[in-house]
Write a protein that binds this ligand. Sequence first.
Ligand SMILES: NC(=O)c1ccc[n+]([C@@H]2O[C@H](COP(=O)([O-])OP(=O)(O)OC[C@H]3O[C@@H](n4cnc5c(N)ncnc54)[C@H](O)[C@@H]3O)[C@@H](O)[C@H]2O)c1
Ligand SMILES: [Zn+2]
Ligand SMILES: [Zn+2]
Length: 372
Amino acid sequence: MSLTTRAAIARQPHTGWELVDLQLDEPKAHEVRVKFHAAGLCHSDDHITQGDAPVRFPVVGGHEGAGVVESVGPDVRRVKPGDRIVCSYIPACGACRPCSTGHQNMCVKGLNAGTGMFLDGTFRFHLGDEDLGGFCTLGTFSQYAVVSEWACIPLPDDIPFEVGALVGCGVPTGWGSAVHAAGVRAGDTVVIYGAGGVGSNAVQGARYAGAKNVVVVDPVEFKRDMAKVFGATHTFADAREAHDFVVETTWGQLADHAICTPGVLTEEVVDSAVQVVGKGGKVTLTAVGKLGVNTVQVHAGHMIGYQRQVRGALFGDCNPLYDVPKLLGLYRSGDLKLDELITRRYRLEELNDGYRDMAEGKNIRGVVVHES
Ligand SMILES: NC(=O)c1ccc[n+]([C@@H]2O[C@H](COP(=O)([O-])OP(=O)(O)OC[C@H]3O[C@@H](n4cnc5c(N)ncnc54)[C@H](O)[C@@H]3O)[C@@H](O)[C@H]2O)c1
Ligand SMILES: [Zn+2]
Ligand SMILES: [Zn+2]
């Protein structure tokens, strides 16, 4: 039986989120129907409404979510009805080439993230005659969604749904950008550009990995204050000041790592990041830039002379099946601050207010709490 679900959709760029009632199909093979309790407001959904994400419109927003499995389709083995789960925005099937070689963050089952189409070529959300996909084949800005069983990670009973939602994207993406993708080591100097929902977790990861200096650049004072809570050792409003500090504190050796997590990646941020790392230094690109713009423009001589590296990081190189439970364990033991990430809670009807607050720099993370 299909059911009716209230959901926030984007019909096209620049018109914000619109609340509609959608029809939701039953789960097919290897799919489950989830009742979401909480959804995080990641900047990547904002790229959709700003026209900077290569998605199929109309689309059901939201890719950070936690809830309860309501029903399951045939052949589902990972979860059962009643299970509390986190949705990973990238599935991990365990059997494809990336999964079987330890790169679960690039699972090929995630190939329809931009269309939300299922692997059999059909959609589960419908508005009249129109098919809709959920962003990242999730759609957590809907009360209910059908998702792949490979996107489901168990959520222990003692972890609140709103905390669980954040470990579906922002937390592992930021943490993993520092710990896995960059590979921060004890004593390193790390510069992190942008301390929002993702960058705050890069700060936590860098600090936990043993960095001596965790330097944060963010134009917003509140973000800089919170970065200190998450473990930043020094904060600056602009990249130039941070650069001068790094030169001084490393006696001209420069930083070991730069991690780019601003809301929108720009040439200026990439340029600052490349200039701030020293010999053998590494720049990790996590943030997304404007659609169609080549944001990475660097002088080859600057790369060669110091043997600098620039690399992209998807989901912080995390394996959802391994890293999500591990991060929740660190939260439980008090080693990872997740409650502090949640600045404000919204009803689904207030989603556009939540994104306005994000744009105005008021939130580390906003969270939608779905009606129960
Ligand atoms: N690679 C991935 O797997 C992945 C996953 C999730 C999000 N993302 C991307 O990561 C980026 C960050 O997402 P978020 O949810 O943390 O966004 P956010 O809006 O919560 O935080 C961005 C922060 O950057 C700051 N900022 C803006 N301009 C800056 C500048 N020039 N220099 C330094 N800081 C600046 C803002 O003040 C804000 O604190 C987005 O582009 C998002 O799409 C990538
Ligand atoms: Zn995200
Ligand atoms: Zn896979």
